[in-house]
Write a protein that binds this ligand. Structure first.
Ligand code: EPZ
Length: 423
């Protein structure tokens, strides 16, 4: 099982370029199921979750060809409609094929995603809303078995709670549903807006993109498209935090600072000096240590839950007491125990972690538990004294493209290794 070995204390300098957004690429890949024509997606990140989603599409009869940074997805002639458990269990976002399959093939069999390290993460809102669009759903042997005889029909749906992939699933389903669908209490994440952009290019008729209410006039069919996915705001935020933590002049380029307002605001509140232009965030050498900042995660444009772990790592080096409340997921502090192994002073009470800083971190072996927790441990290793080994780095590879390569290019000393079997 691969690990990272990090020699702490090295300053980061130079420029890092951000990859395409994993969380935009996944729904855009699922949207290719809505048409028989080729769809070209540009800038997909080379990360494991994208490979998994392409394998799901291939089990559904599509083919994915890669050339020069573009991925062309061509639908097959078949009517395959089963996304199997062995794939879905490795990536719960596979549930994003449910809406498109129902909309165009009028049936779907998708394994119910199991539990996840950061929370139960049910998909009841997805299923309830698809039922309101006329789908017949039942659970059979751990699979969602769904049919839409006669096709989906428009409806007015209000999500009980904001759900990113729930919004995306229903937006895709509504594009081919007969009539005018209204979706309320929608997620406003940039990844949802990017999906709406692709669907519109494919011929969908969507109003309200970027707001919490989406109106979709169903059409008979969608056609192919050529679409560049947006940059990954969470990867970008991770490197901006790394620059604030261990940087001596770092520019994070190829990103969308306008998608990063909550993080940049929190860093400025902490006293960080940074500047932005249309596609980059520049973090010069910081004149003094950061001040502790307290915050609560929230749906976009609030502070992203996917940056909470990384921000906690930063606050271990800030001056004062920071209270970080996780309001999206019920179990997203698994990185805290690992950060404490490095010497961090953090106490968790319910959904709030209280960080006392600055504390000296001393390298040791720590274990990643989920994608963003692993990023937080790598960041902490950058400033820990001595050597930090981060185990189970496969979590990181799900959503970060070649993180050790990008960090080493900035002057860090991060080595990927596989110690082989101990026994
Ligand atoms: C998306 O997950 C992201 N994944 C997550 O990123 C991100 O953390 C999350 O949104 C929140 O921003 C992708 O986009 C592929 P939700 P999603 O539905 O859609 C509850 C990463 O690190 N809920 O917005 O699954 C749910 O349990 C990943 O890249 C229900 O109860 O999240 C959670 O508490 C991790 N029933 C809250 O709502 C439902 O049917 C928000 O979940 C759906 C959600």
């Amino acid at each position: 099982m691969e690990k990272f070995r990090i020699h702490g204390g090295r300053k980061l300098r130079g420029e890092v370029t951000i990859s395409g957004s994993k969380n935009a690429a996944l729904p855009c890949l699922a949207a290719t199921l809505l048409t028989a024509q080729p769809v070209i997606l540009c800038g997909l990140p080379r990360v494991r979750d994208i490979v998994t989603m392409e394998r799901v599409l291939e089990t559904l009869g599509e083919s994915c060809a890669h050339s020069g940074g573009a991925t062309t997805v061509v639908a097959g002639a078949g009517a395959a409609h089963h996304a199997p458990y062995e794939l879905v269990r490795t990536m719960r976002a596979s549930v994003l094929v449910l809406g498109p399959l129902l909309a165009r093939r009028r049936r779907a069999r998708v394994a119910l995603p199991g539990g996840c390290a950061i929370g139960a993460r049910p998909i009841d809102f997805h299923l309830q809303a698809l039922t309101e669009l006329g789908a017949d759903l039942r659970v059979e042997s751990g699979d969602i078995v769904a049919e839409a005889r006669g096709g989906l029909r428009a409806s007015e749906v209000t999500f009980p709670r904001i759900t990113v992939t729930g919004t995306e699933n229903l937006l895709m389903a509504a594009t081919l549903a007969r009539g005018r669908t209204v979706l309320r209490n929608c997620a406003r994440e940039p990844e949802v807006e990017d999906l709406a952009g692709l669907l519109s290019t494919m011929g969908a008729r969507i109003a309200g993109s970027g707001t919490d209410t989406l109106e979709v006039e169903g059409v008979d069919e969608l056609h192919g498209a050529d679409h560049p996915v947006i940059p990954d705001r969470i990867e970008a935020g991770t490197y901006v935090i790394a620059a604030a933590l261990a940087g001596d002049g770092v520019t994070v380029s190829g990103c969308r600072p306008d998608h990063m307002g909550a993080l940049l605001g929190a860093l400025r509140e902490a006293g960080a000096v940074l500047s932005t232009d249309a596609g980059a965030v520049a973090v010069p050498p910081q004149p003094k240590p950061l001040r502790a900042v307290s915050l609560t995660t929230g749906e976009y444009p609030g502070f992203a839950t996917d940056l909470q772990a990384q921000f906690l790592a930063l606050m271990t080096q800030a001056d004062g007491v920071s209270s970080v409340t996780e309001a999206i997921f019920e179990n997203r502090f698994q990185h805290v125990l690992e950060l404490k192994r490095l010497g961090a002073a953090i106490e968790v009470e319910g959904s709030t972690a209280e960080v006392h800083g600055p504390t000296r971190l001393d390298g040791t072996t720590v274990m990643a538990s989920d994608l963003r927790a692993s990023a937080a441990l790598v960041l902490a290793g950058l400033v820990a004294r001595g050597e930090t080994v981060v185990d189970r780095i496969y979590h990181l590879d799900r959503g970060y493209e070649a993180m050790e390569v990008k960090l080493d290019a900035l002057g860090a000393a991060v080595e990927r290794f596989n110690p082989g079997r101990y026994l």
